[in-house]
Ligand binder design. Structure first.
Ligand SMILES: [Zn+2]
Ligand SMILES: [Zn+2]
Length: 179
């Protein structure tokens, strides 16, 4: 996800370059999120007054851990990127640019060789797109709280009481009606 933007920086405001991406960038997005597909999509780079505006749509597939049964949970992630990047040196003269005027985020800086690297921005966007409570399936039954049996694979012989609060309320109501 690195682009040499020297020619774009020399071009007029509004000049555009488009790229198709298909890259294997990281194996692990976070400690428990593994990328299991390439990062693919389209990216557009546009010269702005002060830098380069990157817009694009990217998608990939991740393996997480099911929050109920601890088996793998697979998700397709899609993100929309829209960030403006800023040069650190002037493209014609090589003079230092006072980039702090435009941003305080170093992930948005174009280096002295005019390489724009969008990987950190994409990584952050993907992390934000991760589900908070991953599920292998919406109907995952989870683990038996007593013996740890995966209840998707079969029932165990533990005596589990009906702890569902709705049933408890109903039982209460019945008792009152019988008084
Ligand atoms: Zn599960
Ligand atoms: Zn059990």
């Amino acid at each position: 996800m690195q682009f040499n933007v020297a020619s774009l920086l020399k071009g007029p405001v509004g000049a555009i370059k488009k790229y198709d991406l298909e890259e294997h960038v990281w194996q692990h997005l976070t400690e428990d999120a593994e990328l299991i597909g390439p990062l693919s999509g389209h990216v557009q780079l546009m010269r702005t007054q002060n830098g380069i505006l990157v817009t694009g749509t990217l998608r990939t597939r991740v393996a997480l851990t099911c929050s109920r049964c601890l088996e793998p949970a697979y998700y397709d992630l899609a993100i929309e990127v829209e960030e403006e990047f800023f040069p650190t040196v002037e493209v014609y003269t090589g003079a230092t640019v006072d980039w702090q005027r435009y941003t305080d985020d170093e992930a948005l800086l174009i280096d002295a060789q005019h390489i724009l690297d969008m990987s950190e921005v994409v990584r952050q966007d993907l992390i934000v797109a991760l589900p908070m409570q991953p599920l292998c399936d919406e109907t995952c039954k989870g683990l038996c709280p007593i013996c740890g049996q995966n209840l998707n694979e079969g029932v165990c012989s533990c005596e589990r009481e009906a702890i569902d609060p709705r049933w408890a309320a109903l039982a209460n109501l019945k008792m009152h009606l019988h008084k």
